[in-house]
Design a protein around this ligand. Structure first.
Ligand code: BG6
Length: 501
């Protein structure tokens, strides 16, 4: 018999519903609606699960259901099954209106009550704010005003918010204050979709479920850590969001600093949200900025170039971008974690759009062996040992080390040992949003950054952004290359070089 607490039992959400604000947006169509369907298809949603869309469109419930159906057809991960769709579609409602519109919010309240009695959602609703942050104050105030934040006895109400969580520390604090006026911190789920990726969750499994890595995971053995998030795409149609924000605010403040925190943190006392927060916060608080920001940070902007055999425009030629824009599309930083485990070990973070290829990885690069009994010619071609966590797209891990080349002489060269998800497991990985939406419905906050982490991350980034603002323009790099030469020089000055993944 299986124990009721068996972790292998599927985690199925209890009676509940999801209200999406901004339901006509890109994120909703490409990620949220397909994720809801995939969860339903995997049997992880309750039978009466309900989905309410709210937007400024003249739609009936059926029009909304059609939009969801198209989104699911185009973007879901799992196969389309009519019976799953039908069941889900019965719980779909649409509320047309503006965020200022009291009538619309009253209608939303009625819809929620109707679903409670018709579908048995039990008063449990999550409100997903897939809208620009400037609308957060209005939406949360309206939810409060119309009694939507008050759950009936024994039920829950939760808010889900998407980044950007502000554009600096001051605005993040302001935003957090607004949200916390209405929702308690435990009711707020901030999405950093990187934390929903299997490979990112695996960082903790790798480090803390095994014995063989942790003894080496410190300043005595590690030379430096490189965290790369490279994209081959440009900004696409997102000029309105991206310009003035740039790569560091877009992904370093959240995704990359979270990856760094997971890589550097101590073992949590338990695998729960409070313990994870405590350890990640300690890392972020210990992050030290370089004294010379000019020498240890680089920002760049993509120029025209070639990608996948096609000629692509530079950032300044993209639609909606002013020819004088100074927005960074590439950023590289050198940070240190000032604690006993990591003192003196640089963490190099870099990200960019229109780089050589799409890849996200964490490379822990080890010091060279302190002594070699071999002739120096034997190890001429030997690099540094490394453990590389391949976050995407080729999910897995590589361990790089030296090995003797077969033959009569002693010649040692780098080889690698690979773990690939696709080869070791038959299950395919769920999409990050599937995992995160399910966790919201289950009330499991492990994979959601709390406001203190968000604020601490801005504390790290703010001085860098201010320095960049005062100092000229980003360096140009040709699309399809690995970023500006300045970033290579930054590492070369430390006697190191970037990996070419
Ligand atoms: C988002 C950024 O958070 O992450 C985008 O806003 C970026 O600019 C995207 O393209 C990348 O996500 P993924 O999961 O494709 O690596």
């Amino acid at each position: 018999m299986r124990d009721a607490r068996d972790r292998r039992l599927p985690r199925i959400a209890g009676p509940s519903g999801l209200v999406i604000f901004g339901v006509t947006g890109d994120l909703s169509r490409k990620k949220l609606m397909p994720a809801v369907y995939d969860l339903a298809n995997r049997g992880l949603l309750p039978p009466g699960f309900s989905l309410v869309g709210f937007a400024r469109r003249d739609w009936e419930d059926e029009d909304f259901a059609q939009v969801v159906r198209d989104a699911v057809r185009d973007h879901a991960r799992t196969p389309f099954r009519e019976e799953v769709w039908q069941q889900l579609a019965q719980g779909m409602r649409f509320v047309p209106g503006d965020f200022d519109d009291d009538t619309a919010f009253r209608q939303l309240r009625d819809a929620v009550q109707e679903l409670d009695s018709a579908r048995g959602t039990g008063g449990n609703f999550a409100f997903y704010l897939s809208v620009p942050p400037k609308f957060f104050p209005k939406v949360v105030q309206q939810l409060k005003k119309h009694g939507l934040t008050d759950a009936p006895e024994g039920a829950w109400r939760r808010a889900v918010i998407e980044k950007p969580f502000g554009h600096d520390l001051a605005s993040a604090r302001e935003l957090n204050a607004i949200v916390h006026e209405v929702f308690d911190p435990e009711q707020v789920f901030r999405i950093d979709h990187y934390l929903g990726k299997e490979t990112v969750q695996n960082i903790l499994a790798l480090r803390f479920a095994n014995q063989m890595y942790e003894p080496l995971w410190n300043r005595s053995y590690v030379d430096h850590v490189q965290i790369t998030m490279a994209e081959d795409i440009g900004i696409g149609g997102r000029a309105g969001y991206y310009d003035g924000i740039g790569s560091a605010r877009d992904v370093i403040q959240n995704h990359l600093l979270q990856l760094m925190a997971l890589t550097a943190m101590e073992e949590p006392a338990a695998f729960d949200a409070a313990s994870l927060l405590a350890e990640k916060l300690k890392v972020l608080r210990a992050v030290k900025l370089p004294e010379d920001l000019g020498a240890h940070t680089v920002r760049g902007q993509y120029a025209p170039g070639w990608q996948g055999g096609a000629k692509v425009p530079g950032y300044l030629q993209e639609e909606g971008i002013a020819p004088t824009s100074r927005t960074d599309t590439y950023a590289a930083l050198r940070l240190e974690v000032d604690n006993r485990r990591w003192a003196g070990v640089p963490f190099y973070l870099r990200t960019g759009k229109r780089l050589g290829r799409r890849v996200t990885e964490i490379a822990v690069v080890f010091q060279r062996a302190p002594h070699s009994p071999f002739d120096s010619t034997a190890t001429e071609e030997l690099g540094e040992n490394a453990i590389v966590i391949r976050v995407q797209p080729d999910e897995g891990m590589t361990v790089r080390f030296g090995s003797k080349v077969p033959g009569t002489s002693m010649e040692i060269r780098d080889v690698s040992m690979d773990f690939a998800y696709g080869e070791s497991f038959t299950e395919s990985s769920p999409e990050a949003y599937e995992r995160l939406i399910l966790d919201v419905l289950l009330g499991d906050a492990n994979l959601f950054p709390r406001h203190l982490e968000v604020e601490e991350s801005w504390r790290i980034l703010d001085p860098i952004e201010e320095y960049w603002d005062r100092n000229g323009r980003p360096a140009q790099y040709a699309s399809g290359t690995w970023g500006p030469g300045e970033a290579d020089e930054m590492l070369a000055r430390d006697g190191r070089s970037w990996r070419r993944p």
